[in-house]
Design a protein around this ligand. Structure first.
Ligand code: UT7
Length: 319
């Protein structure tokens, strides 16, 4: 029994916001710095009031349409997000309600930028166990809400959006291998160390990052986890058709591809137009490459992510 990907979808809010637009808004930055250090040229930022569940719903509807199944057929809904609409209920339950599905298991996964790879691996295991047959896996984020717009070292890096996939139990190959890992001792290098307590915010409610420490950690674990799933599937990294890495920084993406020996032409890149959309970045990039015809049925695709926690994960599937 495999978990096969039968549909993808995505959604980006509003219009692209270019690097010079950020500078024009009073942030002490410039296009040259952002492009050279990150490869980011623009990102989408949600209007105030737009939520992860609203964006995730549209991505989900698009994925269900491609899959050709009704929301009522789903028996599992997992949303990867670090920017949920509420503390509770989960964003997955909110999307379930909006889709009109009743009865599916629905919950959120909090693994930051590795969230989608975690959610995909969890859904795969639910399906392979025989307990569930049709799963919706969503990554949805409004990171613009947790950015300190006075901190130029972080606010220029992120964007908002959502992506989704539909998985179904199948006797034909789908996900061949998946992996997920964490190292909680690294919690201090990327976090939002705030809380709501007694109706007040305590601590710091903004994203904080040690960029260089994150950079080094990310390159190492992304290469390791890609090797791990290739080995589990009995493939060499050079045999995969497409690498869809977390879209945080073009230099991290290129360094990982080089370490793995995957040709640049096989790497899907959206960071230039989306920025880092955390858990949404992989399904957004995946959907773009499926819809523009680069990723085709039968292709072997490796998706991978890394984020705060620290967390990291990957999945290798035949589309
Ligand atoms: O999902 C995981 C999320 N995070 C990441 O993947 C981030 C990984 N890290 C990185 O991508 C890089 O570390 C950054 C792009 C965040 C930063 O690049 P860096 O080469 O590590 O730069 P830096 O932080 O060491 O800063 C270099 C200089 C500083 O100026 P001084 O002190 O040398 O005068 C910063 O103040 O660049 C300055 N700077 C900026 N200048 C213009 C920092 N942010 C900006 C900015 N515009 N937006």
């Amino acid at each position: 029994m495999f978990a096969a990907l039968i549909g993808t979808g995505s959604y980006l809010p509003g219009h692209p916001v270019g690097n010079e637009d950020l500078a024009a808004r009073g942030i002490d930055t410039n296009d040259e710095w952002i492009v050279t250090r990150t490869g980011i040229r623009s990102r989408h930022l949600a209007e105030s009031g737009t939520t992860s569940s609203e964006m995730g719903l549209i991505a989900a509807q698009r994925a269900l349409e491609m899959a050709g199944i009704a929301a009522s057929e789903l028996d599992l809904i997992i949303v990867a997000t670090s920017t949920p609409d509420f503390i509770f209920p989960s964003t997955a339950c909110l999307i379930q309600g909006k889709l009109g599905n009743k009865g599916a298991a629905a919950f959120d996964v909090q693994a930051v930028c590795a969230g989608f790879t975690y959610a995909l691996g969890i859904a795969e295991k639910f399906i392979r166990s025989g307990g569930h047959k049709k799963a919706l896996v969503i990554g949805a984020e409004v990171f613009s809400r947790i950015l300190d717009w006075r901190d130029r070292g972080t606010c220029v890096l992120f964007g908002d959006g959502a992506g989704a996939v539909v998985l179904a139990a199948s006797d034909k190959p789908g996900i061949l291998a998946s992996a997920m890992h964490a190292d909680g001792s690294q919690n201090g290098i990327l976090n939002v160390p705030g809380q709501i307590c007694g109706g007040q915010i305590t601590g710091d409610p903004f994203l904080r990052m040690d960029g260089q420490a994150v950079f080094k950690f990310a390159v190492r674990v992304l290469a390791d986890v890609a090797q791990e799933v290739c080995q589990a599937a009995g493939l060499q990294p050079s045999e995969i058709d497409w690498l869809v890495p977390h879209q945080a920084n073009i230099r991290i993406i290129e360094a990982t591809g080089k370490k793995l020996g995957v040709d640049r032409s096989k790497v899907i890149v959206t960071v230039d137009r989306h920025g880092n959309t955390s858990a949404a970045s992989v399904p957004l990039a995946l959907d773009e490459a499926v819809r523009d015809g680069r990723i085709q049925r039968g292709h072997k695709v490796l998706v991978e992510g890394v984020g705060g926690g620290f967390t990291w994960g990957a999945a290798l599937f035949e589309f």
